[in-house]
Design a protein around this ligand. Structure first.
Ligand SMILES: C[S@@+](CC[C@H](N)C(=O)[O-])C[C@H]1O[C@@H](n2cnc3c(N)ncnc32)[C@H](O)[C@@H]1O
Length: 284
């Protein structure tokens, strides 16, 4: 088992700056992810009465959706390392009057699953942040009974995700060069390489691992709302991290560059760029 401190940097990140942005922009992120969430839920096929664990459940959108699908005889447990995001998820569970869902703050990589006997391990972008992914996926398999299944969504490579790279490239053109990022480091693209991901899951003992590509529209804002789209693009994720310490003059210049880049994607359907995900399915 990995030392829980292995994920200390992620625990700090998801309880600090990332928690602020993900709770502030929760509704817009959920709207942005709506098309791919529908695909992931359909592929996961949660059935009435099932026991489900939602790994890295964040502010709880998929906990609510899964709880709705499993009904009163089912149970959904959301796990997350972020106290503020878990708190938001709990508020939403209470507001929805759900009695079949709960959220626990815990590192899923080392969480002591007491042979939960779950049917399904689900995740929307919550399984790419493990310091030791093989050990984490070994641990996650313990949550399931022997016929249990995994369905998680993870980003495919950067090159197929212009919703991510278009604002980032526009910003990077204005900023000093950054050292190249380690493509396998914990982060949104850690499972993007299919060979590596298949290897991680095989090494962790999962069976029948299948990665299916899905390309989805990522709608930043309604038509003409460039300011809103730019705010969103610069305040969430990698760009927010990159801009955290730049001075106000440079910040304004970067925002303008991002706005100009997004302008090219404004259409009557909204300001929308393409995203590409893996739906990763496997059996315990
Ligand atoms: C990209 S966010 C996705 C949140 C949510 N699933 C959604 O789609 O809105 C990643 C989430 O994974 C959580 N996370 C990262 N590492 C984790 C770990 N080791 N155990 C549990 N949750 C983790 C973060 O706190 C964060 O809420």
């Amino acid at each position: 088992m990995p030392d829980t401190q292995d994920n200390a940097a992620q625990i700090a990140y998801w309880n600090d700056r990332a928690a602020v942005t993900w709770t502030t922009f929760q509704e817009r992120l959920d709207a942005l992810f709506e098309p791919l969430t529908a695909l992931a839920l359909d592929a996961a096929a949660p059935a009435p009465g099932e026991q489900i664990i939602d790994v890295g459940c964040g502010c709880g959108a998929t906990v609510l959706a899964l709880a709705d699908r499993v009904g009163a005889n089912g149970q959904v447990l959301g796990l997350d390392i972020s106290e503020p995001m878990a708190a938001r998820a709990r508020q939403r569970i209470t507001a929805a009057g759900l009695t079949n869902a709960r959220v626990t703050v815990s590192d899923a990589a080392v969480h002591a699953f007491r042979r939960e006997n779950a049917d399904l391990l689900f995740s929307r972008f919550g399984v790419m942040f493990f310091a030791d992914p093989v050990a984490a996926f070994v641990n996650l398999r313990r949550a399931l009974h022997q016929d249990g299944r995994l369905l998680c969504a993870a980003w495919r490579p950067l090159a197929d995700n212009p919703w991510f790279t278009v604002p980032l490239d526009a910003a990077q053109a204005m900023l000093p060069p950054q050292p190249p990022a380690d493509p396998n480091a914990p982060g949104p693209f850690a499972l993007a390489n299919p060979d590596r991901t298949l290897g991680i899951l095989a090494d962790a003992g999962w069976h029948d691992v299948i990665l299916t590509r899905h390309d989805v529209p990522m709608r930043f804002a309604a038509a003409g709302q460039i300011e809103q789209a730019t705010e969103f693009a610069t305040r969430v994720g990698a760009l927010a991290r990159m801009l955290a310490d730049v001075d106000p003059t440079m910040h304004a210049r970067v925002r303008q560059a991002v706005a100009d880049a997004l302008n090219a994607y404004d259409s009557p359907a909204g300001i929308s760029l393409s995203g590409s995900i893996w739906l990763i399915s496997a059996r315990a």
